[in-house]
Design a protein around this ligand. Sequence first.
Ligand code: DC
Length: 738
Amino acid sequence: MADPAATRAEPRSARIAFLLDDGVPLFDIAAIDLPPLRSASGSVHLPGSKSISNRVLLLAGLAEGETVLLDLLDSDDTRVMLEALRTLGCGVDRRERECRITGLGGRLRVHEADLHLGNAGTAMRPLMATLALLAATQGGRFDLRGVARMHERPIGDLVDALRRLGCTVVDLGAPGYPPLRVTGEPDGRLAGLEAGQPVRVRGDVSSQFLTALLLALPLVAERRDVIVEVEGELISKPYVDITLNLLGRFGIAVQRDGYARFMLPRGSRYRSPGRLHVEGDASSASYFIALGAIAATGGAPVHIAGVGSDSIQGDIAFVDAARAMGAEVKSGPGWIEVHRGRWPLKAIRLDARPIPDAAMTLAVMALYADGPTRIEGIASWRVKETDRIAAMAAELRKLGADVLAGDDFIEVRPPRQWQAASVRTYDDHRMAMCLALAAFNALATGAAGAGVPTPRVSAGLPTARVSAGLPVRIEDPRCVAKTFPDYFEALFGLAEAAEDDVPVITIDGPTASGKGTLAAAVARALGYHLLDSGLLYRATGLAAAADGISPDDEAAVARLAGTLDLRFASAEEAEPTRVWLRGREITAELRHENAGLLASRVSALPAVRSALHGLQLSFRRAPGLVADGRDMGTVVFPGAALKVFLTANAGQRAERRHKQLISKGIQTTIDSLRADLEARDARDRNRAVAPLKPAEDALLLDNSDLTIEQSVAQVLNWWQARSPFGRSARGSSASTPA
Ligand code: DC
């Protein structure tokens, strides 16, 4: 058997859209179905912190000269900020781990712009304050707008503070909400500031208003001390600490009196630190800390790299809350390690004001607790990406939890009976990320089981070994791109499902029927792994050739096939998966005619087929697998939940192959190709080893007259009809299939 460590399929990209050659998305993932998950271990490297990334981007954009930012988050929210900086005339050069920003040095280069800031609060607030001050003193007109939800997120307290200073802020929509315009004349004056008045801002709705002012006010602190006073009790203080820390890195030493009064001393000026490393996102860490607390049950922990005990982010305090619920957590500079400790988790009551974002993760951990968990001090949830209290209550209830929700608290009682739910995510990345943890429901004490018919995604295989578990559907999973574009890949890199729980779709069929294209598109649309089994025979053939072994030497080729040192890497969008054999990339070679000829010879050897069997099975990993090849549904995955046998008439197939070859500059005729194909079909049907024939329970799909889109749509429809969520799960709340 193949050495699984050497040949194991790396988690393939659950990339979100399948792109045709012209870059047009064919199918977006409307939902991702998580099979029941049962354990977790391994290492995850976190993307950069959103809060730090957008703050340092703005600071670098305002400073003089170049700043190199390392490990900056690459997500929707940072892209919005980068785009805004570009529009304002900053230099932006992003490649791999480095992002170089050339700042404005406090002087406007562009005096008019219309900025679209998506749903990024961390871009809207500080840019508004910055541009209001710059327009008021240097002249200009800037419009700031976002998506519809952004126009529902209040910003009036910041607008009021800026107006009192002497800035002109015009409401372009509802007063106190974006869209807004800031304007001013060259050499304008800030009457409020000049009168020596302190800048007053409310602190009890969002700390982002204070942060916005602190980031922007150094622009006008050259000639005088600027004082900021906070009205009301400041919430989310740790986020203000991040702001102060980063201002310090840019040469601005804010003096303060608790969290009520701040002073930017006269002569403050943004000075680039040169290089700055962005630490991993502590809110994103919360999902993996929870993962360890729930599912790191074996010897190996969940190891989180990128953020640790030296973090400047407040959400690192989530570690304490997780410990209080029973997690075993160790940490050091830049790392955290988590094991499951107590089980079930301990129900807690917590004032979550210091960790508003990460506290959402506690609400999901509460599903696995020994009683009701109450999270208080979360009024700010109501004005985030969505009304998070309402959203969380609704979705946790779908899973079977008993939820009490108030203006500023949520209380979650774990399900007595779990339900297979299709979870809405409300265009809120954190809803998607934390609710994915509900897929560990099989581990809950008293979960599912007793009297509840468990909907099985994979039919027909014995499941007595493991307790029942329910799949969870996450709708619109792309929303994680706001802060963690590869979240699901990372999760599936650590989480394990029982093999029988991982759904398999097989696509068998004759040569040139379009199996490969169809399988890749279906896998991308569902976020599943892809097994191109022909590729394994091709690689075996190439390895034999490289070693000077005859493709007919059954024993020698089988030995080789059993120890193939193959590595895969997900490729971008529509590119083929990249493949390395013994450390050498063979992606292109695999596609050559010669590799196909070698493959057809080695694939006729029974010992080779059985040598590759284990390797093929190892591709069956959460969240699911689409396996393409002639015997996938008959031999390798006889219990597959959906088997498709794809055909097309010989004429059509010959035409497609002809087009393919012509595009590669190879001259042939359709007639000769058709004759070849027909001869090969006959040989394949009649050969003794793995003859070409549909599985008894396969659905036949003749795609002679179908476009790729139509074939994909047909397979996805069949799949939906078999899923426990039925056809109409998207957006519905009817989620109990029992
Ligand atoms: O699909 P393909 O052209 O990459 O397949 C290469 C060869 O391997 C072809 O001759 C069919 C054979 N094959 C097989 O016997 N069993 C599979 N599961 C896949 C491919």
